[in-house]
Design a protein around this ligand. Structure first.
Ligand code: CP3
Length: 344
């Protein structure tokens, strides 16, 4: 895999074009995904290695991306620790036992990951066989702050009011919770590497809610701890958060190989501020994919033009594909990136 465009770019080596994959590339914008989803609940799909492998392969076969990302969810770690997780259609994730006090934190376990999450390792092995060396497979996990926010709120939140109250009023308890999640996450990612994941992405999707100091104390430190704890040799680590336009210098201190950037920043300008050897991934505004194809082409060319001089660039969106985005727009976007080559 070391010769794949994606792995080369992740390690800041020159490539003749930018590799491309898209966050939420396996999902509801595909009728093939919706057909599978008619038969199973979301968690059944995640927990059944053959089905999760089938879904992982959909964008490989249908849109031709340069890296696959395993089909799962960031909240499976929280579930493995004792969170009572369910997904409500149209609402999203729910924990029926929100964690808000010492008893709640103490009740969470640090499980043997192969016991509780072995189904993910099984799925990785199946996908690797099916990919047969064509492109790399990205494994992933939620970063502790984002996972904590779901455990504490019990559901998606707009303002993270209860989570922030816990951070601010009971920082010691918050750190206990974050440490537990970080331990499970490190073990979980090491399990993914052992099963064959070629790269890993940490999703700290909602870190943008935090101030700089709180980001450092409650998010960054745990991401750094996890990255330092990975037994990874030649497996690159991608650090993603919304808010990366601001937090990128701190994110770099955790020593990921790649920082995945939201769409607020000028990517080329931001890249120049990072230490050498840290690649960037991003950062098209996902909503461009709702626009006309002509606009999609123009905006993608604009981004690629701006990154021409840089090694270490992986094309992606600033965040995920939305369920109602037109399938042919997404395929058009991937083709546009793949047709654009540069001399290096
Ligand atoms: O990117 C991929 O294609 C890989 C699969 C993947 C999913 N979730 C599948 C999924 C990944 C990488 C995730 C990560 C994830 N899950 C994040 C971080 C990434 C991000 O988007 O910021 C978060 C915050 C979650 C938690 C989560 N899972 C939410 C909030 C929801 C509901 C969202 C919604 O719009 O309904 C999910 C469900 C989910 N995870 C779906 C998929 C395909 C939709 C499930 C369905 O089909 O109903």
């Amino acid at each position: 895999m070391q010769n794949s465009l994606f792995i080369k770019a992740a390690f800041s080596q020159p490539t003749h074009r930018a590799p491309v994959w898209l966050m939420r590339q396996a999902g509801r914008y595909m009728k093939q995904y919706l057909a599978i989803k008619e038969k199973y609940t979301f968690l059944e799909m995640c927990r059944t290695p053959e089905i999760a492998a089938d879904i992982t392969m959909l964008p490989v076969d249908l849109i031709g991306i340069d890296a696959a990302i395993m089909f799962s969810d960031i909240l499976v770690t929280a579930e493995a620790m004792g969170g009572k997780l369910r997904f409500e259609n149209g609402v999203g994730p729910r924990f029926d036992n929100p964690v808000r006090d010492k008893a709640g934190v103490d009740a969470l376990i640090v499980p043997e990951v192969s016991d509780k999450l072995g189904y993910v390792a099984d799925m990785i092995r199946i996908v690797k066989e099916r990919l047969n060396g064509r492109i790399p497979l990205i494994g992933f996990a939620g970063a502790p702050f984002t996972v904590m926010s779901y455990l504490v709120e019990g559901k998606s939140s707009r303002d993270f009011k209860i989570t922030k109250q816990l951070l601010h009023n009971e920082p010691k308890l918050a750190h206990e919770l974050l440490s537990k999640i970080a331990r499970v996450t490190t073990d979980y990612l090491n399990m993914q590497i052992a099963a064959g994941a070629d790269a890993l992405q940490l999703f700290d999707s909602w870190a943008e809610a935090l101030s700089w100091d709180d980001y450092r104390e409650f998010a960054h430190d745990y991401v750094a701890q996890i990255i330092a704890g990975l037994d990874r040799k030649d497996v690159p680590i991608i650090s993603f958060c919304k808010g990366s336009s601001v937090f990128a210098p701190l994110m770099a201190e955790a020593k990921p190989d790649v920082i995945s950037v939201d769409w607020n920043a000028n990517l080329a300008t931001l890249k120049k501020t990072l230490p050498a050897g840290i690649a960037v991934q991003g950062n098209l505004d996902p909503h461009i994919l709702y626009a006309d194809k002509k606009v999609i082409t123009e905006r993608i060319h604009r981004l690629l033009d701006s990154m021409k001089e840089e090694n270490g660039f992986i094309f992606n969106l600033g965040h995920g594909i939305m369920p109602d985005m037109p399938f042919d727009h997404i395929r058009h976007a991937v083709e546009t990136v793949k047709e654009y080559t540069w001399e290096k």
